[in-house]
Design a protein around this ligand. Structure first.
Ligand code: DAT
Length: 178
C-alpha cells in the first residue's frame, strides 16, 4: 500500500538546526519526529563511542531493522533528524532537506555547545566543504533534495512554511492519482 504521508529527512552538519526544524515540523504536521541520535542511544544501536569525536559508532543494520519494523515505508509521516542521510533506502524517502549555515554563526553555536579541538574542526570543515549536501545529492534523486539556509529564526519560519506547503502538494498529488 502506498503511504499517505511523506517521509522527510532533515539533515546537515551538527548545529545547523536539524532538531529545531524537525520538532517544529512534526508539531505542525502531526508527523513523528525521529531523532536518530536519541534512538541510537536509547536502543543501544551502537558499538560504543568515538571518544575523540564524542559521537556514537552506529550499528546501522540494527537501526535500519528497527525503522523498517516501525513500518516507516508503509505508514510514512516520519521526520528523520540526523547528521547523515545516505544509509536510508531511497524507497523510504520523499524529501531530503539539507540545512546550511554561515560558518561564523555555526562556529558560535558549536562552541556554545562546548565543542572544541577535533570535533569542532571536523564539523566546521564538513559545513564549509558542504559534505552533507554532496552526500544527499549522491544518495537521492536531485529533485527531492533541497538546500535551505538556517542562519536566523526568520529562516526557520520561512523554511517550515515551505516544507509544510511541499507536504500539502505531495498529499494533493497522491490524492489526484488515486
Ligand atoms: P542540530 O540538531 O542540527 O544539531 P539544533 O536544532 O540543536 O541543531 O540547533 C543548535 C542551536 O542553534 C540551538 O541552540 C538552536 C540554534 N539554532 C538552530 N537553528 C537556528 C536558526 N535558524 N536561527 C537561530 N538559532 C538557531
Amino acid at each position: 500500500m502506498a503511504r499517505k504521508n511523506p517521509n522527510i529527512i532533515i539533515t546537515g552538519t551538527p548545529g545547523v538546526g536539524k532538531t529545531t526544524h524537525a520538532e517544529q515540523l512534526a508539531r505542525a504536521t502531526g508527523f513523528k519526529h525521529i531523532s536518530v541520535n536519541q534512538i541510537v542511544k536509547d536502543e543501544g544501536f551502537h558499538e560504543g563511542r568515538d571518544e575523540e569525536l564524542g559521537s556514537w559508532i552506529v550499528d546501522e543494520d540494527k537501526l535500519l531493522d528497527y525503522l523498517e519494523e516501525s513500518q516507516i515505508s508503509e505508514e510514512g509521516g516520519r521526520v528523520l533528524d540526523w547528521h547523515a542521510c545516505d544509509l536510508f533506502p531511497e524507497r523510504w524517502i520523499d524529501l531530503v532537506v539539507v540545512l546550511r549555515c554561515d560558518s561564523t554563526v555555526l562556529y558560535d553555536r558549536l562552541t556554545a555547545r562546548g565543542y572544541k579541538d577535533k570535533k569542532l574542526d571536523e564539523n566546521m570543515d564538513s559545513e564549509i566543504m558542504q559534505v552533507l549536501l554532496d552526500e544527499a545529492r549522491e544518495s537521492y534523486k536531485e529533485e527531492i533534495v533541497v538546500e535551505l539556509r538556517s542562519d536566523s529564526v526568520d529562516d526557520v519560519d520561512g523554511n517550515l512554511e515551505r516544507i509544510e506547503q511541499w507536504v500539502e502538494n505531495w498529499k494533493k498529488d497522491r490524492k489526484d492519482e488515486e
